[in-house]
Design a protein around this ligand. Structure first.
Ligand SMILES: *Cc1c(COP(=O)(O)O)cnc(C)c1O
Length: 346
């Protein structure tokens, strides 16, 4: 039995009981196995180590108020990893296999699933990596698909929905025009680590990337989408270089249910000062309200060109909070899941 303080979990790796692994070779996937050995045995020449033949996913399982275990929209993650892996021209698991292995992972680590009431959950991390030895630049012909998990909570000390500061990344892009921004591949993260570190060193919680082609429109934050509220309208960027966030998609449905108007369109940087509420959104925390956004010519420069202060300020915006509360209530089984987003452990 896991000996964990459920009220003091952050977004850190914690070892659980098992990981679930399947390997693709000669045209077929092996029967997934649960193993306590967390060290993957890979040839040093495997493509993942050299050419980043790798993509991944992130989703969550929750212990509900009714005791049931809900996995949130795994079908969407299955579809997305199939798109990412296909873009890397490697074999991908079927949607059915993905969901089966995710369930197997939650079941095999059920002792580590936080109980209801702590705001904690089980973060599930599937990875798809190229495993055959290679030297030439090529897509992987053998692939390893692993599903692992870790209990996560709210950051210790910090309250949920505490607004963060952000800075615009003028001199670094996370992806290229016609690049891989819309795919959840490991390489995108390698690209953004350095600017991320610079932003964090300056004390910013979030880094806001612009469209790499013109640098005049909002794309997204480093690992989460951009969404803003303007009156009765939900605004989110429409861009080829933005990762299609499942949380953003979910928030849009809820916003529609609430009678908000949805605008998916180009968002010019100048419009930042016109929004009532701004948030970063993603699976890890659903939303992170943004209190202010600094603009600097470079992340290395001392000077701040201008600061955009978001009207909601020190508080999470009212509309954003309502959206957040609704999603968390569905995930926890406190409100009816009218869209059938939750998958149950049988
Ligand atoms: C994963 C990810 C997100 C968030 O997606 P969700 O499906 O909502 O978790 C946003 N932006 C980037 C770049 C991502 O990799």
């Amino acid at each position: 039995m896991a000996q964990l303080d459920w009220s003091d979990l952050s977004f850190n790796y914690r070892k659980t009981n098992v990981i679930i692994v399947s390997r693709y070779k000669d045209g077929e996937w092996s029967e997934p196995v649960a193993t306590q050995d967390f060290d993957l045995h890979l040839n040093a020449f495997a493509g993942v180590f050299h050419y980043a033949n790798a993509c991944f996913e992130g989703l969550k399982a929750f212990r509900g108020a009714d005791g049931k275990v809900r996995i949130f929209r795994p079908d969407e993650n299955a579809k997305r990893i199939r798109r990412s892996g296909s873009h890397l021209d490697m074999a991908v698991p079927s949607e059915e296999m993905f969901i089966r292995m995710v369930k197997q992972c939650v079941k095999g680590n059920i002792d580590y699933l936080p109980p209801y009431g702590y705001g904690a959950s089980m973060y599930i991390r599937p990875i798809l990596i190229g495993s055959n030895p290679q030297l030439g630049i090529a897509s992987s012909t053998e692939v390893l698909f692993a599903v692992m998990c870790s209990p996560v909570g709210t950051y210790s000390g910090a309250k949920i929905l505490t607004p963060a500061t952000a800075v615009i990344s003028r001199n670094y892009d996370r992806t290229a025009p016609n690049g891989t921004g819309a795919f959840k591949i490991a390489a995108n993260y390698a690209t953004s680590l350095h600017p991320y570190n610079l932003a964090h060193k300056l004390g910013y919680g979030e880094l806001l990337f612009l469209d790499p082609a013109t640098k005049t429109k909002i794309d997204e934050f480093g690992s989460s989408n951009f969404l803003a509220i303007k009156g009765n309208t939900y605004v989110t960027p429409l861009s080829d270089s933005v990762l299609p966030s499942i949380t953003n998609k979910t928030l849009q449905s809820v916003a529609e249910d609430f009678g908000l108007k949805i605008e998916k369109r180009a968002v010019p940087v100048e419009e930042l000062c016109e929004f009532d509420e701004i948030n970063a959104c993603g699976t890890a925390v659903v939303i992170t309200p943004i209190r202010s956004i600094d603009d600097k010519l470079t992340l290395e420069s001392e000077t701040i060109e201008r600061t955009i202060t978001v009207p909601s300020g020190d508080e999470c915006g009212k509309v954003s909070r309502r959206l957040y509360d609704r999603i968390r209530a569905i995930q926890d089984g406190r409100e009816e899941d009218t869209h059938n987003w939750c998958y149950y452990l049988d």
